[in-house]
Design a protein around this ligand. Sequence first.
Ligand SMILES: CC(C)(COP(=O)(O)OP(=O)(O)OC[C@H]1O[C@@H](n2cnc3c(N)ncnc32)[C@H](O)[C@@H]1OP(=O)(O)O)[C@@H](O)C(=O)NCCC(=O)NCCS
Length: 148
Amino acid sequence: MFNTKIQKMSESNLDKVMQIENACFTGEVWTKESFKQDIVNAEHRLCFVLIEKTTVIGYAVLDILDEEYDLLKIAIDISKRRQGFATILFNYIKANAKIQGINKISLLVRQSNTEAKNLYIKLGFKEIALRKHAYPDGEHGIFMCTNV
Ligand SMILES: CC(C)(COP(=O)(O)OP(=O)(O)OC[C@H]1O[C@@H](n2cnc3c(N)ncnc32)[C@H](O)[C@@H]1OP(=O)(O)O)[C@@H](O)C(=O)NCCC(=O)NCCS
């Protein structure tokens, strides 16, 4: 249906990743340098890009914990939203987790981030706990988990 592929993020993807990052996040934007470090630290981090034809339209970054992935970030280009792309990317991550023997994926989401909360609920995540003032600006975070 979609002309998409998912691959590990590489430095050649970073200009487009940074465009999406800057458009998606305010106040907690990661720098190109920190992305480079995420890629270099591949042993405990996973970074994927979603490519449509030849263009990066989304990405996700995860921490690999003992038997768990922590989804740190998932973002889709504004012009490509609400077309199922985050779902495609997450389903790939989940399939990858299963192959790696990971049994749980967890994340923290801002209480005000309705689109992300709705996405995660649709993907099967359950709200586990409210983490008060979890973000630097004082906003509460919702800790969510799903089994793989
Ligand atoms: C959250 C985000 C990744 C969703 O990406 P997406 O490709 O648009 O998501 P999908 O098309 O796969 O949507 C799946 C479901 O998520 C929910 N959803 C997505 N966007 C939504 C919105 N704007 N409003 C309400 N629900 C929304 C819906 O339940 C949707 O299913 P539906 O379209 O059948 O109703 C995207 O909005 C984004 O990049 N946001 C900015 C970055 C961010 O906040 N990331 C999460 C925290 S790191």
